[in-house]
Write a protein that binds this ligand. Sequence first.
Ligand code: G3I
Length: 459
Amino acid sequence: MKIKFKYAIYILIIGSFFSLTSCADAGDDSNIAKAIALGSPIINNATDVNSNSFKISWPRVYDADNYELDVATNNTFESYVTGYQAKPVSTLNEQVIGLKEATNYFYRVRAINSSETSKNSAVIQVTTLEGNDPEPTTYLKEASTTFMVGMAVKAEQLTNGSKYDEILKNEFSSISAEYEMKMNIIEPTKGNYDWSKADAIVDYAIANGINVHGHALVWHESAPDWLANYTGTDAEFEQEVKNYITAVLTRYKGKVASWDVVNEAINDSNGALRNSIYRQKMGDNFVAKCFQFAREADPDVLLFYNDYAVTTNKTKQTAIFNLIDDLQANNTPIDGVGFQMHIKYNSPSVDEIKTAVDKAVERDLKLHFSELDVRVNPNKDITTFTTERAVAQKNKIKEVVSVYNAIPLENKYAITVWGMKDDDSWVINQYNNTNEWPLLYDSNFEIKKAHTGFLQGLE
Ligand code: G3I
């Protein structure tokens, strides 16, 4: 009897515990269910990661009948990988397939049974590996059947049998002088012309059946000191410029197919004409005058206006095309426009490139992407050339080339790359950044993913 009483006490205590719990839950059955809700999976890191797939797995969740898997390219799950939004999975693992190389992905999983769905697991990030680019089966100039592929060169690189020479002959159908056909090199002192470097470049091109694009007749940064600090009258200054243009175009008539007549005449900040020595001495119509001098010296050569940030700086873009509209309205002989295309791995966008390109096409101009390079480290946030940046650079070059390749044939001229190998590039000095890799070849003359991107843009 004593024992039975003791059990009764226990039953009472346990009973009151349950009744207290029920009171606290105010008799809500669904809340009781919540207290023992279906657990969310504890997800594992991805395994078997390669360039287009990875495998994910998780331990079984008690009472789960099935699972749902999400895979997205952003950690807020707004951009799902096709087929991987709440994908039902009846096992405890999944091979995620059809992915892009060197790309970040995010995944999570939920448990489900006939009556409920668990909360999401933690979100895990995984980056696919780089894929192997196929060995090229054609050279750039062979793959590009409707426009020339150009390279900026220095005379010293053109020694017969050098690595530069070998690659130039194989891959490129046009060359521009990186600096040796500018006025500070050709006429370093008043009236004394030094044609040695320019001749070496032009002769090399002719000997090897390569086009020459002349760069550049009038550029404030390459005005020789004697001209930049000119002490004569404005009329004498203008005559010096005319003499120079005439001398250069006469010497290279029939040898140099095209020239950047005026380079970078527009300000970055407000789209006004840059207040260069040329503008100060020759007036606001100095651009038109220079084109006129060039045409008088050579009736057949193609004449280009060349500038940078044409795709990204909208104020400047408008000003450049206003300048060109004025030239055309006044029958000034302009044949084409050069977009330098010193760009970054993440800018400009395809739409920005197309918008600027359309403006050239609408005006019946030849278009030259005249100084292409793609910085991968503009914010100095990497110290080695990561696969992710190499792929981004490749994709950007592919976009640039494919936008160019889609323009009408009559507007095409060339895409010129501004230097052969990464460590030759002007951007290293300009931005004081040795951690830059902006070109198509690495410092050992090996082709980069960027080179594959160029070829893919031509497909
Ligand atoms: O003047 C000396 C010359 O006497 C000497 O023979 C030579 C030996 O290396 O050095 C010469 O200085 C060179 C200078 O140009 C001459 O103007 C530098 O080495 C050379 O690196 C320098 O920079 C060039 C720059 O234009 C100025 O001409 C860059 O290589 C070239 O990439 C850069 O190109 C410009 C485009 O023309 C226009 N758009 C922007 C682009 C980058 O700034």
